[in-house]
Design a protein around this ligand. Structure first.
Ligand code: FES
Length: 168
């Protein structure tokens, strides 16, 4: 037996416990129609987010394909496939925001933070996400940082918005 197997780390034990909790949730919902979203919600509460391994576990144990579970995980903005950062920066790419320059806002965020969509900065302070319509289309394009909604944002506003959250 290897040292790792004989002496599992605290993180290994915690991860094992998390998968056991998830297995119980899946048992609870087994055989019920339309329960994937509830299971993914529970998985996100347990693990903090939905990494690929967790999506695969859910898919394998619920009889779905991994691609189906991944598509559901990425479709709904309340699911995160990356670890939670201190501040989640979401750019709306609903139709109104897209037409009025939402994509340029994403490019500016990527340039300033040096990360792509769905990625987190090395210090785990910021992550970039795309969201669908947040109901402020009349004042598009919109950026949401945590629960703060910024309207009619221009690429030149991005640095100033981020500065408000740095060093908090
Ligand atoms: S499309 Fe962005 S707020 Fe509606």
């Amino acid at each position: 037996m290897s040292d790792v197997a004989k002496n599992p780390s605290v993180a290994d034990v915690q991860m094992q416990a998390n998968y056991e909790k998830l297995a119980n949730v899946i048992d609870l919902y087994s055989g019920k129609q339309g329960c994937l979203i509830q299971v993914l919600h529970a998985a996100q509460e347990i693990f903090g987010y939905l990494p690929f391994e967790v999506q695969k576990y859910v898919a394998d144990n619920m009889g779905f394909s991994v691609s189906y579970v991944s598509s559901v995980s990425s479709f709904y903005s309340f699911f995160s496939t990356t670890p939670r950062t201190k501040h989640d920066v979401k750019v709306c790419l609903g139709t109104a925001c897209y037409v009025r320059g939402g994509k340029l806002l994403i490019e500016k965020l990527q340039e300033i933070l040096g990360i792509g969509v769905g990625e987190a900065t090395a210090d785990n302070v910021f992550s970039i996400h795309v969201t669908r319509c947040v109901g402020a289309c009349g004042l598009a394009p919109v950026v949401v940082v945590d629960d703060d909604v910024y309207k009619q944002v221009k690429p030149g506003d991005i640095a100033g918005i981020l500065d408000q959250y740095r060093g908090e």
